[in-house]
Design a protein around this ligand. Structure first.
Ligand code: 6GU
Length: 236
């Protein structure tokens, strides 16, 4: 999987995506992530990327041309058109299911990060296939959302985690929150690990984990619990 990110702050994305599991996966070559500086694709001597909005009002708007030049350079590198996603609070809110689908996308992905008050609508109309938000709140730019989306997708690509099991069991994957986890010591400040986990009885452990998952979901995310139960009914 290859992900390109077009932004005015490539160092911000590069810093986040060079650490930990994603950083290691990039070094190994399991995922390819390229951050592009949109400002490098300006043609005027002031390297201008934004201007005041037509119609007046607050803030600056990112201009079409630098973004279009950056996009075309990426297309040329890829020798293909990437699936292009604009990160915006107006987009569809990211879900685990959408992240799974994007991780299986057969073309590469391009994430476009907006800044200031927005981006000229004409470039969005020309190159964007999909708009994604990471939640119903407003951030100063698309960089953190692009890193969130990249992490969510990249961790499911082959060779990034030690095995599929690492994400097949976890919160949100099957519509439930994960069961609690315990590690050594067996007793910590008077609190013991649930005895079933020390029993070595795999069936009992699996049953306990599913029960805890259901309880956890019902308590913390009644909305997810309701959906899960409705789907379980349908599957019967
Ligand atoms: Cl994708 N961008 C910005 N600026 N704010 C957001 C967002 C994206 N998703 C949630 N808030």
């Amino acid at each position: 999987m290859r992900i390109d990110i077009a932004t005015l702050f490539p160092e911000m994305c590069e810093a986040i995506l060079s650490e930990s599991i994603i950083g290691r996966a990039r070094k190994k070559g399991s995922v390819e992530i390229h951050c592009h500086q949109i400002r490098d694709y300006t043609t005027d001597k002031h390297r201008r990327v934004d201007d005041i909005p037509y119609g007046g009002g607050m803030g600056m708007v990112m201009q079409a041309d630098p973004i279009f030049n950056c996009y075309n350079a990426i297309c040329e590198q890829l020798a293909a058109r990437p699936h292009t996603i604009y990160m915006t609070p107006k987009g569809r809110v990211l879900t685990q299911q959408r992240a799974v689908e994007l991780s299986q996308c057969d073309t590469s992905l391009l994430l476009l990060c907006g800044h200031y008050e927005g981006v000229d609508q004409r470039i969005l109309d020309r190159i964007v296939d999909e708009e994604i938000s990471i939640g119903d709140y407003v951030l100063t730019g698309g960089e953190l959302p692009a890193c969130v989306l990249t992490d969510a997708i990249a961790r499911m690509c082959d060779g990034v985690l030690s095995s599929d099991e690492c994400f097949r069991n976890e919160s949100h994957f099957d519509g439930l929150l994960e069961h609690p986890h315990y590690t050594r010591p067996e007793v910590w400040q008077g609190e013991a690990v649930p005895p079933v986990l020390l029993s070595g009885h795999h069936k009992n452990i699996a049953d306990w984990r599913l029960r805890m998952s259901l309880e956890e979901t019902q308590k913390k995310r009644p909305d997810m619990y309701k959906l899960y139960m409705e789907n379980a009914q349908k599957d019967k």
